[in-house]
Design a binder for this molecule. Structure first.
Ligand code: NAD
Length: 490
């Protein structure tokens, strides 16, 4: 059955459908970045809340600024903004249609997007625009007001082209019209995602007028959050599985694991949906939770991605079936990552890590090594290098972490150990390849990218360890290098 509002009641019985009427929802949230993660996370929590019969004034309206968003918009429009979410692990599989999204603003129709942002019924603007979308200089972690797109938006804030330009234009219109600001809620995997978003919006405002920047800082709320649910990209494989196993034809379904988590700072002056009713944890300070997640989970992903790729492994669960990789992950986490984490109320890091091993090993999720490999130039400085920096400061060993960096460098050279080309998705892919090839003879060349490595790249202890291990990787390959690491011989 082709998914649409008209066919919802004819879907096979094993497919869950919304228990509320989509047309009964009112717009309350505009979301930028309608990718897979949003539709497996925030949209699902809201769907559960709507199913519980409450908060129907918090319907989602999609928005985006990239050309590719228009393609996605058309795919969703053809099925009345509905999404089938399939949750799977070895013992569990469900398909459920969500209807929490009620509209998707045309990308590029700036006047309409700003008008909707100014609409008093919109009280939250949320984002999942990837780690790379925040105009942050990776090493310093500071917003870059000189980025050409930001300079251009500042000069022409009535017709902006970035997400932050649109948000600021919407806020300015609200201020002029006497409407209270909306809350800006980032759901991207960035430590202090609320602070980072505030830096971007107020940083852009500062280029226009320092008073405007101060007004943003004083009047707009940017709650930090920790979000979690492994959500791979959708391919024809997923579309096919949904059609054959559930009888649903969906242009763009989402496949994900059953686990999901959302820890959110309770700072919503304009109001918020009662998400605590569907399992969202509201806290005063999200920092310890997100540090735990970013370093143990995202750091774990960033650690296993490159050795798996160098060994020509396709899926994440296959990497976890390889004892060398599983044991590398465990040793790295137990010996180097977990010991430098500040405690999290009511949480055992060992139990959290055991759960992550089970989640990574989920054979049904179909998460790919290629997805984990991408965007390393943004992910390594956020997920790995801060742990390295903490350990260096404390005088602790960093062999495992420098192995992670060396594996990434070896991968960036563009071929696996068997000589297959790697298809690397990274905004800096070309530059990384040039530096990684130079690093084969001169490892320091890679660390000279100070925008990525920051001070870590100048630490003599790190430079020595990274250089030695990179030479071993080129010499003996990932398999033997991991074996040496596991035997404490690296
Ligand atoms: P996706 O590729 O499906 O979607 C990314 C979305 O971001 C798209 O709508 C795209 O248009 C938009 N985007 C990308 N770059 C942008 C830019 N520079 N400016 C504006 N919009 C931009 O990816 P996804 O799986 O939805 O993941 C998105 C983000 O969600 C991740 O980067 C991460 O921060 C967070 N996240 C993802 C997962 C996961 O497992 N996929 C888990 C937790 C958090």
């Amino acid at each position: 059955v082709k998914l649409s509002k008209a066919t919802l009641q004819n879907l096979p019985k094993n497919v869950g459908v919304p228990g509320y009427s989509q047309s009964g929802l009112k717009a309350g949230i505009i979301h930028f970045g309608i990718g897979n993660f949003h539709r497996a996370h925030q949209a699902v929590y809201l769907d559960e809340l709507f199913n519980a019969g409450t908060d129907h004034e918090w319907g989602l309206v999609g928005a985006g600024v990239l050309a590719s968003d228009e393609t996605m918009r058309q795919k969703l429009q053809a099925q009345d903004w509905l999404t089938t979410v399939v949750e799977q692990d070895s013992g569990h599989r469900t398909a459920h249609v969500t209807a929490s999204m009620i509209d998707y603003l045309q990308p590029g129709d700036t006047a309409n997007i700003i008008a909707r942002l100014a609409d008093p019924e919109i009280r939250i603007v949320s984002l999942t625009i990837t780690e790379g979308g925040y105009f942050i200089d990776p090493a310093s972690g500071v917003f870059n007001p000189q980025h050409p797109a930001i300079v251009s938006d500042a000069a022409n804030i009535k017709d902006p082209s970035t997400v932050f330009g649109l948000i600021l234009a919407g806020l300015m219109r609200r201020r002029d019209e006497g409407t209270a600001p909306f809350t800006v809620m980032s759901c991207d995997n960035i430590p202090g995602n609320g602070h980072v978003t505030c830096d971007a919006v107020s940083g852009l405002a500062a280029v226009i007028d320092p008073n405007l920047a101060q007004w943003v800082k004083d009047q707009v709320a940017f709650p930090n959050s920790m979000v979690d649910r492994i959500t791979p990209a959708t391919t024809d494989r997923e579309r096919g599985l949904l059609a054959t196993d559930f009888g649903v034809e969906d242009n763009w379904p989402v496949f994900c694991e059953p686990f999901k988590q959302w820890v959110l700072e309770d700072h919503f002056p304009a109001g918020r949906p009662a998400l605590e009713k569907v399992g969202v944890t509201f806290v005063k300070d999200v920092a310890p939770y997100e540090l735990m997640k970013i370093r143990i989970l995202n750091g774990g992903h960033a650690a296993i991605a490159y050795p798996a790729s160098l060994m020509d492994i396709h899926f994440v669960h296959e990497a976890m079936e390889e004892p060398l990789i599983r044991d590398f992950l465990t040793k790295l986490e137990r010996e180097e990552i977990i010991p430098v984490l500040p405690p999290v109320p009511g949480t055992s890091f060992d139990a959290y890590f055991d759960l992550i091993v089970r989640r990574f090993s989920n054979p049904k999720i179909g998460d790919t090594i290629q997805r984990l490999c991408q965007d390393g130039s943004n992910r390594q400085p956020k997920f790995i290098l801060p742990t390295t920096a903490d350990r260096l400061k404390a005088g602790n060993g960093i062999t495992g972490l420098s192995l992670v960096s060396a594996l990434w460098c070896r991968f960036c050279a563009g071929t696996t150990d068997s000589g297959k080309p790697t298809n690397y998705l990274d905004a800096s892919a070309e530059r990384l390849k040039v530096e990684a090839l130079k690093a084969k003879d001169d490892p320091k060349a890679f660390l000279a990218m100070t925008d990525i490595f920051g001070e870590v790249g100048t630490s003599p202890i790190f430079v020595e360890s990274f250089s030695r291990i990179l030479r071993i990787l080129w010499d003996k390959g990932a398999r033997e290098t991991l074996t040496l690491y596991l035997a404490d011989k690296l």
